[in-house]
Design a protein around this ligand. Structure first.
Ligand code: MG
Length: 251
């Protein structure tokens, strides 16, 4: 069942989302060679807590970090630790913020200094796919319109959608119905209605579409070791169209 939120509840989710977006901005500014993902995690935890909110990921199914930090061929769910960023890396930063019982979830993949042209294209394609998908989050459309828009954008760019990882509904719980695949057919799936809130999150490999889970049982890597990217927004379906509740793009 897809839980619809009232306009007032969506405003509360936007308050969580504003903290989330500012946290990502703060982290982006710290993404220089030499900083460790553990240091980014500590900075995020301090920032979120200082806003009277809590990091949603901490303790989720035993996850030890406040953020997920996933460099290079790691797609998602990286546990922060001793890894120090290097020039030419890309690092996916995924942050969840819970404020007054409402969750906002978003991610960005950040380049560390100059990166190779293919890496730049991968980031541009994945970010573009997110915007294309979010633009379909309108009343009267179907969930398949979101999924298909993401897929088309990624595949037109020559990269691979990871099919085993999906986006999700979000609200009082970080993961609600529906699951949101990053591939699909226009006009299929549940009809979108005002009050639905979606965490849309294309996860893309530069090489083949397969992934493997690391020894820590959390980190997900591209199976062929190719570069990966992840961008995510929490988006509300409203009478006025898509409302992005985690507006990191506006900064
Ligand atoms: Mg998510």
């Amino acid at each position: 069942m897809i839980i619809r939120k009232t306009p007032e509840q969506i405003d509360q989710m936007a308050a969580a989302g504003a903290i989330q977006a500012r946290c990502l901005k703060m982290l982006r500014a710290k993404c220089h060679p030499g900083i460790t993902t553990a240091e980014l995690d500590e900075a995020a935890d301090r920032f979120i807590t200082a806003q009277g909110a809590t990091p949603s990921f901490k303790g989720y199914r035993g996850f030890p970090g406040s953020i997920c930090a996933s460099p290079n061929s790691m797609v998602v769910h990286g546990i922060p630790g001793p890894y120090a960023l290097k020039r030419g890396d890309v690092i996916a930063l995924d942050v969840g913020v819970t404020k007054d019982g409402w969750v906002a979830d978003a991610a960005q993949t950040v380049p560390i200094g100059p990166i190779k042209p293919e890496a730049r294209e991968l980031l541009d394609a994945t970010r573009g796919a997110l915007f294309a998908g979010a633009d379909q989050a309108r009343p009267g459309n179907h969930l398949g319109d979101v999924s298909a828009a993401v897929q088309r954008h990624v595949e037109d760019s020559g990269f691979s959608i990871i099919r085993s990882l999906v986006g999700h509904g979000i609200g009082r719980d970080m993961h609600e119905d529906p699951q949101i695949p990053n591939y699909g057919e226009p006009g299929r799936g549940p009809k979108l209605e005002p009050g639905m809130v979606l965490a849309i999150e294309p996860m893309v490999n530069a090489g083949g579409p397969n992934v493997r889970v690391g020894d820590d049982s959390w980190a997900v890597y591209s199976a062929d070791g190719s570069l990966a990217a992840h961008f995510e927004f929490t988006v509300a379906v409203t009478d006025n169209g898509p409302r992005i509740l985690t507006p990191w793009h506006e900064e």
